[in-house]
Design a protein around this ligand. Structure first.
Ligand code: NDP
Length: 515
């Protein structure tokens, strides 16, 4: 298995730091070391990124877009290397890396290169106030400066570089802090960007621990954070000290609702795939299923039969295994704790249910549970493992009530053959997205904002909002025709004030008057 060497950037991106080993969770082998940047090191990176930002912004949309398109070609040429790096540091299968990481980023590079200018175009607005008659009013988007992107370990490419793309296209420079568990992909991306013509210091990687991320929150002009709800709250509290704007993409407990009139075979296939892909370590997935009574037994037996067929082990190239590793030991312990808690409270394990630490790696067996309820952590807390608890419900109303009985509100799905009913039910789910007869694929709809409700986050990625958030808005008001002195200027005079009062009465005092 190859070792990913750090690029020049990693070796020069901060002095006086210790290093952190990076392990392949599927084999236990150490595959690299990264600098653990201290506060000073992060400050230096941000200063470098700040110095180059004006010239990057000055390149304009076409200039920046050209680099993104070049990067897309680089990523496509280097796809095997990227997939291998992601898979090795994260333990995910080649297919999970290809579909969940590479595909998304290839698509996003072209999308933002094309759409940025449109989404961030100046908006000319006609002022509604009679007092501004004749004035030119423009709203413009202006990049924050240095955007700090802090990413999680479960998608080292998509939820790290993927969120940097619109920030860069908006004219910001980016300092990315990847998880210390999976930082090598980000270093590889930095190498790719340099080879694609990105000027030095426009995209810098601040490798290190949580403290490195915390320092970035202090120095950056804007922070986009993806990770756990617990750390997200800390980031927001810390950002309040410097009044730094943050967007947070946090945890989820994504419910799936299967109605009695659903295509049970499709629902079962979706449930299995989207609960197990990426080893179940996906924020938008199927974390729990609610199935209407008449089809419960059929659904459960289909899912269980399919789960027994899954192959788990060390990903060694395309098609080698279906379910990869758990990325780090504490995560495996959490999954184990949730399953144990459920079993102690009466759940039945149909498939799996235990760790499967073969080959020196960290694995948890694909696990299907039935007879679960909301007294169990596995139905209320984020498990983030290859587990699917399936609960029987009386009807769709009960399913909706239970789906909404959560502090999270990220993704969700409803399965029914009645598409109108599906949409009606979808509107009642408290989640940032609801798919009808599908799961997760909403993430590819880059035209529409997607973000969490409740404790799943603040702000959104994708759509116009997904790039406008990386900018401050500036109003530009041009007064074209004006007297030497306005009527309301000093000195105040009773006659003028009374006249103005009467004018306000005429304008706003009547029903149907000026709105
Ligand atoms: P964490 O919250 O543990 O870490 C996220 C990032 O924050 C890591 O880079 C981490 O560094 C860093 N960090 C840790 N402490 C601090 C701090 N005090 N200040 C700033 N940064 C800090 O999340 P995980 O990496 O465990 O990711 C899994 C979580 O992410 C799950 O809850 C999942 O649902 C969520 N997620 C949400 C997504 C969404 O779109 N809503 C998408 C993907 C994941 P280090 O790792 O080095 O400690």
């Amino acid at each position: 298995m190859s070792t990913v060497e750090q690029g020049t950037q990693a070796r020069t991106n901060g002095a006086g730091t210790s290093t952190i080993p990076v392990d392949n969770p599927a084999t236990g082998a150490t595959i690299g070391h990264i600098p653990n940047l201290d506060r000073e090191g992060v400050g230096e990176l941000v200063a470098r990124a700040r110095a180059i930002q004006p010239s990057w912004e000055a390149l304009g949309y076409d200039g920046r877009g050209a680099v993104m398109v070049e990067m897309r070609a680089w990523m496509s040429r280097n796809r095997e290397r990227i997939i291998e790096t992601v898979s090795e540091e994260n333990g995910k299968t080649w297919e999970d890396a290809l579909l969940g990481e590479l595909l998304y980023n290839l698509d996003a590079l072209g999308f933002w290169a094309k759409k940025a200018a449109k989404y961030l175009a100046d908006e000319k607005v006609r002022p509604h106030s009679p007092f501004l008659l004749g004035n030119k009013l423009v709203q413009r988007y202006r990049p924050f400066g240095v955007v700090g992107v802090i990413g999680p370990w479960n998608y080292p490419l998509t939820n790290n570089f993927g969120d940097a793309i619109p920030a860069l296209m908006a004219g910001n420079t980016v300092v990315l802090k990847p998880s210390s568990l999976a930082p090598l992909t980000s270093l590889l991306i930095a190498e790719g960007l340099r080879e694609s013509g990105l000027p030095e210091d426009v995209f810098l990687v601040a490798t290190g621990s949580g403290d490195t991320g915390s320092a970035l929150v202090d120095f950056a002009d804007f922070v986009h954070f993806t990770g756990s709800t617990e750390v997200g709250k800390k980031v927001m509290a810390q950002a309040a000290e410097t009044l730094t704007t943050v967007t947070l993409e946090l945890g989820g407990k994504d419910p799936m609702i299967v109605c009695a009139d659903a295509d049970v075979e499709r629902a079962a296939n979706c449930a299995l795939f989207y609960s197990m892909q990426n080893g179940g370590q996906t924020c938008i997935s199927v974390e729990r299923a609610y199935v209407e009574e008449p089809v419960y037994e059929d659904f459960v037996s289909r899912v269980a039969a399919k789960a027994r067929e899954l192959r788990q082990g060390v990903p060694r190239g395309p098609g080698s295994v279906d379910v990869g590793a758990v990325t780090y030991p504490e995560q495996a312990e959490l999954i184990e704790r949730h399953v144990r808690d459920a079993v102690e409270k009466g759940a039945k394990v149909l498939v799996g249910g235990a760790r499967n630490d073969a080959d020196g790696g960290i694995f948890f067996q694909p696990t299907i549970l039935r007879d679960v309820d909301h007294s169990m952590e596995i139905m209320t807390e984020e498990t983030f493992g290859p587990t699917l608890p399936i609960m029987r419900v009386r009807d769709a109303d009960e399913a909706i009530r239970l789906a909404n009985d959560s502090r999270y509100g990220l993704d969700s799905s409803v399965f029914t053959r009645d598409l109108e009913k599906g949409e009606r039910l979808a509107r009642r789910v408290q989640a940032g997205a609801t798919c009808v007869n599908d799961c997760l694929v909403n993430y590819l709809a880059l035209e529409v904002p997607f973000g969490g409700m409740k404790e799943s986050g603040i702000g959104a990625r994708h759509g116009p909002k997904g790039i406008q958030k990386y900018c401050q808005t500036q109003q530009i008001m041009v007064t074209r025709f004006a007297p030497k002195k306005e009527i309301h200027f000093f000195p105040y005079r009773k006659r003028v004030t009374n006249g103005l009062g009467r004018a306000l009465g005429l304008l706003y005092g009547r029903r149907g008057g000026r709105g």
